[in-house]
Design a protein around this ligand. Sequence first.
Ligand code: ATP
Ligand code: MG
Length: 422
Amino acid sequence: MAVTAAHALALSIVRRLRDAGHVAYFAGGCVRDRILGGDPKDYDVATSAQPDTVEKLFTRSVPVGKAFGVIRVLDETNSAVAVEVATFRSDGRYLDGRRPESVTYSGEVEDAKRRDFTINGLFYDPLVDKVIDHIGGADDIRARIVRAIGEPHARFSEDKLRLLRAVRFACRFNFEIEEATWKALCEMAGQITQVSYERIRDELNATFTGMARGRALRLLLESGLLDAVLPEVAALVGKPGPAGDLFGETAAMLDMLDKESVTQNLAWGALLHAACQPNEADALLRRLKQSNVLIERVTTLLRLQDTPASASQMSLAELKRYLRTDGIDEVLTLHALIQTARGGGLDGARFCRRKLTEYAATAKGDPLRPVVPIDGNDLKALGIPPGPFYKEVIEAIETEMLEDRLYTKNEAIVFAQERWKR
Ligand code: ATP
Ligand code: MG
């Protein structure tokens, strides 16, 4: 296993806590990821030490969630490396935040049991290389099962976000959801909207940029979660498209995006390509509290999803203005995805990519963004009175430059004079 900076920090934290007489383990996701052979993206430490004690033991720390017993301990030389140290606790009911309403400090068994799924409830003692399993999580990881800790209805009731988390973890690791957990999930799916859209958004964004996205969409549909959070997409079931059911097409497109190139924009573009007009996508994404940047890009994707097909018929100026659209690369990817799903041709996307490469390789200047060699002062000097004509003629000169018909300042001046005389 790779010894990352975060792992080294987590290890040193456990050592220091243990030397001071406390219980301390790696906890939760990082234990799961290490058993699965992956590199955890972050490390969490769980300990019997109280938050005040943790703060005293580590000079560089931030009380990120002190009320819940969570202290972030920073690496002494590199504050970009941090580990969250949480005091063993049992949670009260979850409010609509990320944190429970009240916590009670407790022992390690209660702390394991407050966690959502057995695969997320393990501890690991790095000093003796031993997994500490109070909830049967090690067997479930081996059997590749997502199972709620304790009675599933009760656990989903405490925090309804767990409904979505179950699907996300099942798809991320290609695990099955255990029967009773799945049954409760289906029965309670409609209650997902009781949690904030910010939390729902974060789960959906992670799910649709994660692994097995097509399967995730299907599990969301089968459980009823999709009807609750994205009814527009659920409505695609049974709707005929150019190559069969549009829901199937959407799932297939999500799967076709490879892990390296999938972005949130593309995932949402694929999800909504058949479900929404751009204005409907705008409303849906706003409801989900997505960022303005994402909303802007995704609606652009939907507006332009068919345009690469006609790019080769555009005038040179039109084509170049088109190719400088913010996010053009994702437009081409989405278009190719739709074409592939529908058995259509890829000539349009290929043509655009070839042109982009060609223009990017131009030695002198950027052919997509020529610098117009005259401005308002030059026009004034020519005796042309300021007015809307200025903007018009500058744009017309840019068009001429994009068309490769005008290059120099003199040519631009002549062009402006002739326009003005007309
Ligand atoms: P990731 O690799 O995505 O960070 P993770 O398992 O570390 O996965 P986090 O959301 O970082 O997930 O949470 C850390 C741990 O806290 C989880 O492993 C789990 O034990 C617990 N946990 C997180 N969210 C919840 C929740 N909503 N309900 C119960 N336990 C939770
Ligand atoms: Mg984590």
